[in-house]
Ligand binder design. Sequence first.
Ligand code: NAD
Length: 481
Amino acid sequence: MNKNFIGGEWIDGADAADNVNPSDTRDVVGRYARADAAQARAAIAAAHGALPRWAACTPQQRADALEQVGNEIAARQAELADLLAREEGKPLAEAKGEVLRAAHIFKFFAGEALRVAGELLASTRPGLSVEITREPVGVVSIITPWNFPIAIPAWKIAPALAYGNAVVFKPADLVPGCAWALAEMLSRAGLPPGTFNLVMGRGRDVGDTLLTDPRVAAITFTGSQDTGRKVARASIERAGPMAKFQLEMGGKNPLVVLDDADLDQAVACAINGAYFSTGQRCTASSRLVVTQGIHDRFVTALVDRLKALKVGDARAEGTTVGPVVDASQLAQDTDYIEVGRREGARLAFGGRAFEALEGRPGFYLEPALFVEADRAMRISREEIFGPVAAVIRVRDADEALAVANDTEFGLSAGVCTTSLKSAAHFKRHLQAGMVMVNAPTAGVDPHVPFGGRKGSSHGPREQGRYAVEFYTTVKTAYVNP
Ligand code: NAD
C-alpha cells in the first residue's frame, strides 16, 4: 500500500483505491491511499509549519535538493516510463520523453533557485533608495490532471520549492503512481519535514480543503474548465484572505494547413498533434483548418498515415496509440463521434471502440478523423480530449485565420506553410499563448513559458523563468540609510 506523505511521514489514508492499467484492466498497478479533508488539513498545517525552516535554507540547499531529484528521475527513466505507460496508457516512447522532461524541469529550477534576483533603484525622493525583492508566497496547493502524470507535477512542484514555498500536492485520482514515486524521491532530498506533502484522493474529498483553507496562500491548478472555475470561485470567496491562483485549462487548438504547405510535413504535424498521447493533450490539434487547394491531397495522405498507426497496449512493442485513460473518457470520446455524425460531418477514418485487444480488456479506440466539418459544430468547438480530429475546409488564408481564432480557447495554434510572409502573419495574428510554425501544436520545451489566453488559462505563465511570477511575491523596500 502506497501512503500519503504528510509532515515528513508516510501516513495511511482514510481510504484506499486500486490503480488500474487502462491497457489491461485485469492488471492492478498498485493500491494507493486516499486522504480525506482532515488529512488535507494536516498536510496544510505541516506545510505552514515548515515555511520558516525552508526559508532559512540557503539557495544552494534548495538547488541541491532539486538537482538530486532531477538526477534520480533521469537515472530511473526506463522504470518510471514503464509505470507512467502502465497507469495512464501513454505509449512507452512518449512516456520516456515525459519522464526525461520532468528530470530537465527539476534541473532547470535547481539553477533558478540560485538566480532569484532583485532590483535596486534610486528613489525620486532625496536620500532614499528603493529595493525590489522577491519572497516566497507561502503554502502552495498543487492540483494536477491525469494526462501528464509526472511532467505537470514536476513543472509545478520544482518552481514552488525553488522559490522557497512549501507544497501540498494532490495528483489526479487516476494516476497516483507517478505522483507517489515523485514524492518518494522528494522524501529523500533533504527537505525539512513538512516542506513537501502528498495527499492523494478525489477532488471532492481533498480538493476542497486545498482551496478553502486560509493558510493556503496560492493555488496552481491544471485541469478542466469546470474545475478551474471552481478553483477561481473558492480562491476569491473563501473566508480570510483571497488566494493567489493560476489556472491552466482546456484547448481546442487549430492546425492551419495552407495551399503552399509541405504536404508530408503538414500530415506529420497533424498525426503527432491530433493523435499522439491518444489525443489526450490540452495542446492537441483537434481542428485541422485546411485551405481548398490542398484539402483533398491532405485528407488522402492523412488517412493513409492513420492506417499505419497501431492501437494497442501502451507497453507493447510497435504501439503508436495507447488506450483511452478510462471508461468515462472513452464514453465521452464515442459520444462526440456520434455527435459529429449527427451534425453532418463525415467520418473519413476510424472511430470504433474495442472492449479488448489481443485478449487484453481495456479502453481502446481507433483514431477518428472527421471531414466536411463546419466551424459551428460541437466537434469543432468543444474539447473532446481523445483521438478525434475534424477537418474544416476553408477558401483561403484569411478564412483560415478567422476560423482558427473562432474559439473560446487560446492555448496553442499551428500553421503549416512554406511562405515566410504567411508564417509571419499567422504568428502575429493567431490568438493563442503558443504558436507553432511547421511544427505540431503539442510538444513544448521545458525552459520557456507555457500557457494560453482566452478560456484556456488564467494568471501568470508556467515554466521557464516566467514561473517566478506566480511562485513569488514582490516586496518594494524604501531605505533611508
Ligand atoms: P479535472 O478538472 O477533472 O481534474 C483536475 C484535477 O482537479 C484533479 O486532480 C481532480 O481531482 C481535481 N479536482 C476535481 N474536482 C475538484 C474540486 N472540486 N476541488 C479541487 N480539485 C478538484 O481534469 P482532468 O480530467 O484530470 O484533466 C483533463 C483536463 O485537463 C482537460 O480539460 C485538459 O485540457 C486539461 N489540461 C490542461 C492543460 C493545460 O496546461 N492547459 C494541461 C493538461 C490538461
